[in-house]
Structure formats: structure tokens, C-alpha cells
Unconditional design. Structure first.
Length: 203
């Protein structure tokens, strides 16, 4: 059986770099996307194999009263215990990869956008024709995360420190999208990138 897979363009950026905002505009331009954060939530939904394994390992405290995953609690466990992070990633990453592949193969737009905060870390850049890295100054990124998630500067810094830095991502990317300006500026840059990608599909 041949699985149809469209050309995949990766969109990589840390938390608060603007992935969701940028993706929304690609979607308005008619480009369908797969969001690894959404998939990561999907694979631990109540009833999933992954959530059952997590429940078995950490007990009832890991579940909220409605049976869904207490993400904050899990996040605290893996921040404080590197070996638990390894265990969790060994469990969830294969499930996430499988679901991403399934969702990508259902895409019918001219190309597919794979939006991933850990695109390089999980080696999924390998399936992308090009990777776009989002560049945003650390101060603006921190401020946007604190505003959006209503968390302290310390918590936001802790999350950012656990991810690749923007400069490391940019070094490995094919294209860079600077997102320290306003939304209109960002949209104009996305439109240019979109046109460049479309041109590359037909040469
Ligand atoms: P990510 O998906 O990478 O975590 P978001 O797209 O959610 O990031 O952006 C983080 C926050 O910053 C959101 O509240 C979003 O509205 C805001 N934001 C993103 N890009 C811009 C921009 N160019 N100008 C102003 N606010 C922005």
C-alpha cells in the first residue's frame, strides 16, 4: 500500500515563539497543519494506552478528578527527575510520531505544515523538505509566555531553559521567520515564505 504524503515543511520554535499564531495564518492561506502539541495531548487522553501506563507508574495523584492527566503535576515530576523524563519520552514519543504520520498522510493542501516545539530534538526535521525556525528575542518570548499562561518569570524561564535556544534552532533551519514585531509584520513575512515554498514545489 502506498501512503500519500505531501511535502512537509517544519515550523520549529520554542514555547511562546508564535507557532500557533503563525500556523493560524498559514491555515488562512489554505495550508493544513499538524500540531505536535495537539498530538501530544491526544495520545494521553483518557482511555489511551499512554495515560494508562502513566497512571500505573505515578498513581491516582497524576489524574485530575475528571480522569484526565494532571499535566502540571507531571511537568513538575519530569523537571525534578531527569530519569522520569526519559521514561515518559520513551513511552509517548513513538505514539506521537505514529499519530503525526497518520495526520500528515491525510493532508490535501499543496504542502503540509508540521508544527513542532521539539522538531530537531525528536529528529522529525528528517521528514521535512525545509524547516522554518522562529526567531524572537528571549525577552519578548518570556513576556508573551508569562502573559498568555499567567505564569511567573521563574516558571517561564525554567521551561525555556529546557528547550533548545532559538539560535541553536536557527543554525539548523533552512528558513528563519523573525517574530519580534507585530502581527501585521508577521503575516507579511509568512505570506512571503508561503510564496517561496509554493515556487519551490514546481521547480
Ligand atoms: P507558541 O504556539 O509558539 O507557544 P503562540 O502563538 O501561542 O506561541 O504565541 C504566544 C503569545 O504571543 C500568544 O499570546 C500570541 O497571541 C502572542 N503573539 C505571537 N506572535 C505575536 C506577535 N507577532 N505580536 C504580538 N503578539 C504575538
Amino acid at each position: 500500500m502506498t501512503i500519500h504524503t505531501p511535502t512537509i515543511i517544519g515550523l520549529a520554535g520554542g514555547i511562546g515563539s508564535g507557532k500557533s499564531t503563525i500556523t493560524k495564518y498559514f491555515n488562512e492561506l489554505g495550508i493544513q497543519s499538524v500540531d505536535a502539541d495537539d498530538v501530544a495531548r491526544l495520545v494521553v487522553e483518557p482511555g489511551s494506552d499512554c495515560l494508562n501506563e502513566i497512571h500505573q507508574r505515578y498513581g491516582d495523584d497524576i489524574l485530575l478528578s475528571n480522569g484526565s492527566l494532571n499535566r502540571r503535576f507531571l511537568r513538575d515530576i519530569i523537571f525534578d527527575n531527569p530519569e522520569e523524563k526519559i521514561w515518559l519520552e520513551a513511552l509517548t514519543h513513538p505514539a506521537i510520531r505514529q499519530e503525526i504520520t497518520a495526520q500528515l498522510s491525510a493532508i490535501t493542501s499543496q504542502y503540509a505544515l508540521l508544527v513542532h516545539p521539539l522538531l530537531f530534538e525528536t529528529k522529525q526535521d528528517a521528514i521535512c523538505k525545509w524547516v522554518i525556525a522562529i526567531d524572537v528575542t528571549a525577552d519578548i518570548q518570556l513576556q508573551r509566555v508569562m502573559n498568555r499562561d499567567q505564569i511567573s518569570k521563574e516558571s517561564a524561564e525554567k521551561i525555556l531553559a529546557a528547550q533548545l535556544s532559538n539560535s541553536e534552532r536557527i543554525d539548523r533551519a533552512d528558513l528563519v521567520l523573525e517574530n519580534s514585531g507585530n502581527i501585521a509584520e508577521m503575516n507579511a513575512k509568512v505570506l512571503k515564505l508561503h510564496q517561496k515554498i509554493l515556487e519551490s514545489l514546481y521547480i
